[in-house]
Design a protein around this ligand. Structure first.
Ligand code: SF4
Ligand code: SF4
Length: 338
């Protein structure tokens, strides 16, 4: 099961509560970037390009808790940078779990084995390991040999110690659908609890601009991958709403919900989403009130949004669709139980 039932139930109840209160815009997943430093230098990364003075900064745990409480989203995804090089990452993750947030700690897993003793297994804590391909392709994409082996060994040890482990895969243009299907088979057989997948976004700051997917290519690639899974009779445990998977294949269309995944980092709350840097504000309240949301998403005509299909903008749209009527809710529950 990609999404734990407890998480589904709590997130479902949270959405109904927001709708009942008449809130038109509310967050689902808070993206927390407590640092931008990383122990890798992937070609598609838009985070490690920040100036040295910013790369040296760390958010302290109290800052993270204050932001999570102000935001109120039931899920917190801790990214970066590489969160495991933050000296207080255990206090941050454990403190958020204590506050009953579903924490996804995103990591390239190079430091996972040696840091596991700092965490306690819980339904509320998931390590989300960056996995962009099988050994050769993954190591090429992260620009370093040996990272795939290290990640697999980290996943195995974390599972053995009772942790929840999911993976996240960014898909770039030119990827081979058979190879991506092989990766999903491999990760399923490894026993991961869920897999996240998203097309890459062409960050202006990323050095490799040639390999980001455009909409039609995204639809075709994901259709091919899903068709291969069906032919192989595999049930991959995607950690996504079935409606987001439909969206990736072009079977349905959504408008972006950028306030669904608000981003808080060493620079403050980022307007409007973690992909675009149209300014930072110190409070979540200001982010919601001062951002001109109508300037973002496809319908706005904003050129930076036209080809974006990234999960941070569209998974919240898909999750909200899954609570739109009874038949959609039943489909979501069925897919979680499959
Ligand atoms: S592991 Fe993540 S944060 Fe680090 S360089 Fe690669 S994409 Fe960037
Ligand atoms: S479409 Fe993409 S880039 Fe534009 S606001 Fe939404 S998530 Fe951000």
């Amino acid at each position: 099961m990609g999404v734990p039932m407890k998480q589904m139930a709590k997130v479902g109840a949270y959405i109904f509560k927001q709708k009942f209160k008449g809130n038109r815009r509310f967050p689902l997943v808070m993206m927390l970037e407590p640092l931008f430093r990383c122990n890798l230098a992937c070609a598609g990364c838009g985070k490690i390009q920040h100036p040295e003075a910013i790369l040296k900064k760390n958010l302290d745990p109290e800052d993270c808790f204050r932001a999570a409480e102000e935001c109120g989203a039931p899920i917190v995804s801790i990214a970066g940078g590489e969160p495991l090089i933050h000296p207080e990452i255990d206090q941050i993750a454990n403190g958020l779990v204590f506050r009953k947030k579903f924490v996804y700690l995103c990591t390239n897993a190079i430091l996972l084995e040696r840091n596991l003793h700092r965490f306690t297994p819980s339904t509320y804590l998931t390590f989300s390991v960056h996995m962009d391909g099988l050994e050769k392709r993954h190591d090429e994409l992260v620009c370093k040999e040996g990272v795939f082996k290290k990640a697999v060994s980290g996943i195995k040890l974390a599972k053995k110690k009772g942790f929840r482990v999911t993976t996240n895969t960014t898909v770039f243009d030119g990827e081979n659908p058979e190879e991506l299907a092989d990766l999903f088979d491999f990760l399923t057989d490894l026993g991961v609890d869920g897999m996240m997948v998203s097309p890459g976004y062409s960050y202006e700051k990323a050095p490799d601009q040639a390999h980001f997917l455009k909409r039609e290519k995204t639809h075709n690639l994901f259709k091919e991958i899903m068709a291969i899974g069906k032919k192989r009779n595999r049930k991959w445990p995607f950690n996504h709403s079935p409606f987001f998977l439909d969206f990736l294949q072009g079977k349905t269309d959504y408008e972006c919900t950028p306030w669904g995944n608000p981003n808080y980092s060493v620079l403050g709350w980022q307007k409007p989403c973690y992909l675009l840097g149209d300014g930072y504000v110190p409070t979540f309240g200001q982010l919601m009130e001062e951002t001109v949301w109508e300037n973002y998403g496809r319908a706005s005509g904003n050129p930076k949004c036209q080809d974006c299909m990234v999960h941070c903008g569209y998974e919240p749209s898909a999750v909200q669709d899954s609570t739109r009527n009874l038949s959609n809710t039943i489909r979501s529950i069925r897919s979680a139980l499959a």
